[in-house]
Design a protein around this ligand. Structure first.
Ligand code: PLP
Length: 371
């Protein structure tokens, strides 16, 4: 049996007839950048996600940048970021000229460990970026308390966490600003690059909109510095269609996760994902930890049996060569480092069939009989 890590083909087959007329509408109208499909999607996503302002962007990375830029983060500032995340979280800070300061992750949630944040705060710290990694919300109340006490901005990187909840509230509106990614493989994915930045603050939203579009409110009148971070109309059109399925697909992911948890529950060599009591996890990724140092061997064994898996992420940010100038070393963030050596992402998408999951579980159990 061949099981891909991600299967966007079966999703496309499911929605092709809905999506093609919307793409055609854009082509017929020759309005390729922003325009009606994007503005409508912004409104719809804001309503679904219960946030006042959603601003479509060219990518999630652009959202990471715009959020901190609009908050006034700049050179000499420090921004606290989890060591275990995708690199784009840190680009938000570096593109503003600020310095990323890393903090280790929690051993169960894999999100920034709120108990370790205060030790990283200095007189230069201006913001904390919480990532809802793998689809599970960070501990927002604890982070909000720290942010308030030290007068810092709190920003959510919700790139992997569409419709995820924290204590019954949807992520994305729980801090000063947030960003989303609609990269094709994300829980809500475009047919190319796309993202968004969001906030409940009217004034901040105005600044974000201007930054996205060359610092202008009216074309050719540039009030502030900006960039071209606009969303393409075709992406807005596709996302508008797919948004209608998001809740159903999210439930599908949670069902796949529940099935994995059941199938894999009695294997002492692995640790399953922990859904924290405050979280509704949306399982962008289903990351198990292989506790007996055989992660790479298991990955190879599964590959030989037609099962593709992933590593998220193979190197924590503080050990990435691009950040060697920041002076971190191996051993600084042991939980994140261990996760990079032990974590293995299993195939996870709502279309994954029960028999496919059963085959994956069978092969994992077969491997551990001999390891
Ligand atoms: C995907 C991702 C991003 C960046 O989004 P793009 O749309 O790929 O630019 C940022 N942060 C995290 C945590 C992500 O997973």
């Amino acid at each position: 049996m061949n099981i891909p890590f991600l299967d966007l083909k079966s999703q496309y087959a499911q929605i092709k007839n809905d999506v093609l007329p919307e793409i055609n509408w854009v082509l017929d109208n020759t309005a390729y950048v922003m325009g009606k499909p994007v503005f409508q999607f912004e409104k719809d996503f804001a309503a679904v996600h219960n946030i006042n302002h959603v601003i479509g962007t060219s990518a999630g990375t652009a959202g990471n940048h715009i959020a901190l830029w609009a908050l006034g983060i700049g050179p000499d500032d420090e921004v606290i970021i989890p060591a275990n995340t995708f690199i784009a979280t840190a680009w938000g800070a570096t593109l503003c000229g600020a310095k990323p300061v890393f903090v280790d992750c929690h051993p169960d949630s894999y999100n920034i460990d709120s108990a370790k944040v205060e030790a990283a705060i200095t007189s230069k710290t201006k913001a904390i970026v919480a990532v809802h990694l793998y689809g599970q919300s960070a501990d927002m109340d604890a982070l909000q308390q720290i942010a308030k006490k030290h007068n810092l901005f709190l920003v959510e990187d919700a790139a992997q966490a569409h419709l995820a909840e924290y204590k019954g509230k949807l992520v994305g509106g729980l801090a000063d600003a947030s960003s989303f990614s609609f990269y094709p493989g994300k829980n809500l994915g475009a047919y190319g690059e796309a993202g968004a930045v969001a906030t409940n603050n009217d004034e901040l939203a105005e600044r974000m909109k201007m930054i996205r579009d060359h610092g202008a409110k009216d074309k050719y009148y540039h009030l502030i510095y900006g960039h071209n971070y606009r969303m393409e109309a075709i992406q807005g059109a596709v996302l508008g269609v797919k948004l209608k399925y998001l809740s159903q697909w999210t439930n599908g992911r949670r069902q796949v996760a529940a099935k994995y948890n059941d199938l894999l529950k009695d294997i002492p060599q692995i640790k399953l994902p922990v859904e924290m009591s405050y979280a509704k996890h949306v399982y962008h990724l289903f990351v198990i930890q292989v506790l007996n140092k055989k992660r790479d061997e298991l990955q190879n064994f599964l590959k030989e049996n037609g099962i593709s898996t992933g590593l998220h992420y193979p190197v924590p940010l503080h050990l990435q060569p691009c950040f060697s100038n920041l002076g971190y070393k191996k051993g600084d963030f042991p939980v994140s480092e261990e996760l990079t050596l032990q974590g293995l992402s299993l195939p996870m998408y709502p279309e994954l069939k029960e028999e496919q999951q059963e085959y994956i579980a069978l092969k994992i159990k077969e491997f551990f009989k001999n390891h």
